[in-house]
Design a protein around this ligand. Structure first.
Ligand code: HEC
Length: 144
């Protein structure tokens, strides 16, 4: 009887474990997609600034801030395993990692606001700040 209960409990734990792994893999895919969207938005904004279309920068900046807000939820425990370049430091220094995600979100929102003002120099400056936010996080938390 006791053995049967133990077996059932073990099976349940195993299922939870498998479910957790599947969730971790989904998170890895979702964050990679989001980072690719960020990369594409950066390229789009660079082109827009190059052709003086400052007012059109807003939607791409908004896509970035929307994704940035989700970053902390896309690195659940266990998602350091699999096809990922996320460094273990993310979980060891989670408050700092979250702060870096928030810095990215704030910079992207600042870019949207600068674009809305129509001021090209301010928009270019804020675009550089967003690039700096990507770099600050990658340097510490993404493997090469
Ligand atoms: C808070 C930290 C953080 C910020 C901010 C950040 N990244 Fe990343 N980025 C990561 C991590 C960690 C990975 C590795 C994800 C993985 O492999 O699971 C990554 C991966 C990527 C990838 C590769 C995705 C793939 O398909 O493997 C690209 C491209 C990328 N980031 C672009 C950007 C750009 C552009 C920005 C800024 C506009 C940015 N990132 C901001 C942490 C960050």
């Amino acid at each position: 009887m006791l053995t049967r209960v133990t077996l059932a409990a073990t099976a349940a734990l195993l299922l939870v474990g498998i479910g957790g792994t599947a969730m971790a893999q989904d998170s890895i895919k979702a964050r990679k997609d989001g980072f690719q969207t960020s990369k594409n938005a950066m390229a789009e904004i660079k082109d827009l600034l190059g052709s003086d279309k400052v007012a059109q920068v807003g939607p791409a900046a908004q896509r970035m801030s929307a994704f940035a807000a989700q970053i902390p939820t896309l690195f659940p425990a266990g998602s350091d395993k699999g096809d990922t370049k996320a460094k273990a430091d993310i979980w060891a220094n989670n408050a700092d990692f979250t702060a870096k995600a928030q810095a990215y979100e704030a910079a992207a929102k600042g870019l949207e606001a600068a674009a809305a003002s129509g001021d090209k120099a301010a928009t270019a400056k804020q675009f550089a700040a967003v690039g700096g936010a990507c770099k600050a996080c990658h340097e510490r938390y993404r493997a090469d």
